[in-house]
Design a protein around this ligand. Sequence first.
Ligand code: ADP
Ligand code: ZN
Length: 610
Amino acid sequence: MPEQTPSQLLHDVFGYETFRGAQQSVVEHVSAGGDALVLMPTGGGKSLCYQIPALVRAGPGVVISPLIALMQDQVDAMVDLGVRAGFLNSTQDVGQRRHVESAFVDGELDLLYLAPERLRMESTLRLLDRGSASLFAIDEAHCVSQWGHDFRPDYLELSALHERWPDVPRIALTATATEATKAEIVQRLNLTGARHFVSSFDRPNICYRIAPKNDPKRQLLQLLRTEHPGDAGIVYCLSRASVEQTADFLVANGIEALPYHAGLDTRTRTANQARFLREDGLAMVATIAFGMGIDKPDVRYVAHLDLPKSIEGYYQETGRAGRDGQPSTAWLAYGLSDVVQQRKLIDTSEGGEAHRRRLSARLDAMLALCETVECRRSQLLGYFGEHSATCGNCDTCLVPPQSWDGTVAAQKLLSAVFRLQRERRQKFGAGHLIDILLGKKTDKVIQHDHASLTVFGIGTELRETQWRGVIRQLLAQGLLAVEGDYGTLTLTGASAAVLRQQRQVMLRSEPERPARPAKAAKPRRAAAADLPVAAAGLFEHLRAWRAGVAKEQGVPAYVIFHDSTLREIAATRPASLADLGAVSGIGENKLAKYGEQVLAALSTAPGQQA
Ligand code: ADP
Ligand code: ZN
């Protein structure tokens, strides 16, 4: 191959016109032999940062990745672009490994994907000695951080790369943004001399929405039916049981959904993951065990039916939506029971007091995000130390929430808690307290003679759901606390100021109907949402063609073409191979391989004949 510049490779191999963000500087730096630490959000385009230097430099680039289950797909995607790629991991038999090893030694590979545990083997080190690696790319580099959430012991071996091959440039990449993790990567991988490339962590194409939880499964169904019919997405639930129930519920309501959690046997889990990646438009209902490294670009929504434990987790999970840059939704349903449950989990968690305080602080930040009346995105990015203006693409920007003076309501509720505690030495959960405020003569109220309390029936100006909202927000603001296994409510040090009229309490109004961006209200696939009607039909036709090709080859649909590429084809209707080659995402190899088929598919699409 004659020597090609990074820009030529970007165009000819990947079919893209321009580099994104920091890509070009990273590519130039690493191609010239420099070490780099790259922090980019999910979907930012990290892969090109090592793929292109690997093509520019002589010898194969070695990519260390913990995502063994995805290596085959990654390699398939490269091969489909005409890049010579292979992988080595424990899923292969000896014959397959030998084959890849000799290709590596003979310099017949551009990219070698390597599972980190292989670096523990002397044979792998000798293999690397025999070949001449052009660079080491350390993907998911935060796995080296022992205090992070994804620690992989094998990653500690990666410091050996630098000691044994000091002249081979290294590029470490991660989407984990916190300073502490970054510092640990630099230290453990001995990357002190590396240049740092830190991108904005904003994901402007994701619309962040947090809704009060009423009937979460119905709310979810509504969201999927009206805004994401036929789209692929991930639904996160806290427990295995709720994963199963939610998946069953969706299936019973005509939505193709699969469960994924650690309680399923490995075969089922692998099969479900493979189907999610390969087929179009499936809903994956999962615990957070699902998702690490899922690089499916066309996940159109990520829904949380339970409150995440931290903003770090929430941002990482929602970040799996819209890697391809197309409009996507991050939707979270959040209610009083979530706060009670999470507090309980923290109270009963293993580990010392300091650990519980840390968990508590993380939860508080998450609650503040849920209750904010400000732009969600500014708040999210602010958490990661990044300043931003209001975004116009989150629920609070689209439908600004009203706040109201909840001081009197808070006083009523807190004094009910106070009287029960002081006068009766009793503590109760939210449901019973609300019955008292509403003056409901339930069995429990009668049994405890609560009708004689001075606070009985003093809260009839609010409905039950509104009272739940008040309690939830008082919990989030630290004016009320939950304790014990029964989720009983109790006062905090800060409650007294409210009771003594020394503190005003502002609360967020609960919308009667959930806020939803008007533009997405039409029941169209989000992926086709902003295409004209005729082009949307063509897009679906092309997707059907792609599904057939993907199935034949046994690869995920996005390995053939991304949605964004099909959209552009549908919108511009190229009439010749030359026109088709100008579409973003179609490089020389793809054009040669699929060009005629795409043109044929275009000419046979219903209603397309001239
Ligand atoms: P990350 O690993 O950072 O999550 P990827 O490397 O998977 O992101 O890239 C995300 C998506 O963006 C992929 O679909 C990729 O093909 C696409 N992409 C990356 N760089 C460019 C570019 N310069 N122009 C157009 N698309 C790009
Ligand atoms: Zn906003």
